[in-house]
Design a protein around this ligand. Structure first.
Ligand SMILES: CC(C)(COP(=O)(O)OP(=O)(O)OC[C@H]1O[C@@H](n2cnc3c(N)ncnc32)[C@H](O)[C@@H]1OP(=O)(O)O)[C@@H](O)C(=O)NCCC(=O)NCCS
Length: 183
């Protein structure tokens, strides 16, 4: 029987669900509050863009989507995950995933479970063989979270991103379809 992706962390039941209109306020915050997203802050963004995207496809596109990370709180979701497709050599799509939790929800075991759930979901509903995720050398929380979610560090991508005034290296992780899910 198909079910929504969900996992239990202590007293919290975490589930991934589609974006709703009342989630747009969170996306607007991530667009205009410096540093709320963490090290990925890249300057102010158009705060009206999330509403336009929601109206276009509910953030569920063919090659680029978002789902909310819901921890059952009445005041709203804990954060969101995203996934977009890419290819190596033009054959067979892989997914690259990302995540941002609001600060008050970090460090409670939600991040690794949400990313593990997203991988399970993508392997269940698409034929992709590979899910990858990139992070920064300074982002110890995301590195630990990805390892806990069943990812393996593949290596360093040199000068991968321009952030905070300079080009910086990234770390590339992956989980393959045949890798064990930690959930
Ligand atoms: C990165 C992020 C998703 C991690 O999720 P989280 O719910 O905070 O982390 P978890 O509670 O699932 O912890 C997973 C692991 O990270 C470790 N961890 C959590 N916060 C940490 C921190 N600040 N420093 C070092 N390790 C940390 C935990 O101890 C745990 O490790 P363990 O399995 O060895 O015990 C979350 O902190 C976040 O949204 N940060 C801001 C946005 C961001 O950086 N996104 C990733 C962009 S590349």
């Amino acid at each position: 029987m198909p079910t929504e992706p969900s996992a239990v962390a202590g007293d919290l039941t975490i589930r991934l669900r589609p974006v709703r209109e009342d989630d747009l306020a969170m996306f607007r915050r991530f667009a205009v509050e410096p540093g709320l997203v963490g090290l990925d802050w890249a300057g102010f963004r158009d705060a009206a863009a999330p509403a336009r995207r929601f109206a276009a496809d509910g953030f569920l596109g063919e090659d680029d989507s978002r789902l909310m990370v819901d921890a059952g709180a009445a005041e709203g979701a804990a954060g969101f995950v995203g996934y977009r497709s890419g290819t190596f050599g033009g054959l067979g799509k892989y997914w690259e995933i990302g995540i941002a939790l609001l600060p008050e929800w970090r460090g409670q075991g939600i991040g690794w479970r949400a990313q593990a759930m997203l991988c399970d979901y993508l392997f269940r509903h698409t034929p992709a063989q590979r899910v990858q995720a990139a992070t920064h050398a300074e982002n110890l929380a995301e590195q630990a979270s990805l390892k806990r979610a069943g990812f393996t560090l593949e290596g360093v991508i040199r000068a991968a991103e321009f952030r905070d005034g300079q080009w910086r290296d990234g770390q590339l992780f992956s989980r393959l379809r045949d890798d064990r899910s930690p959930l």
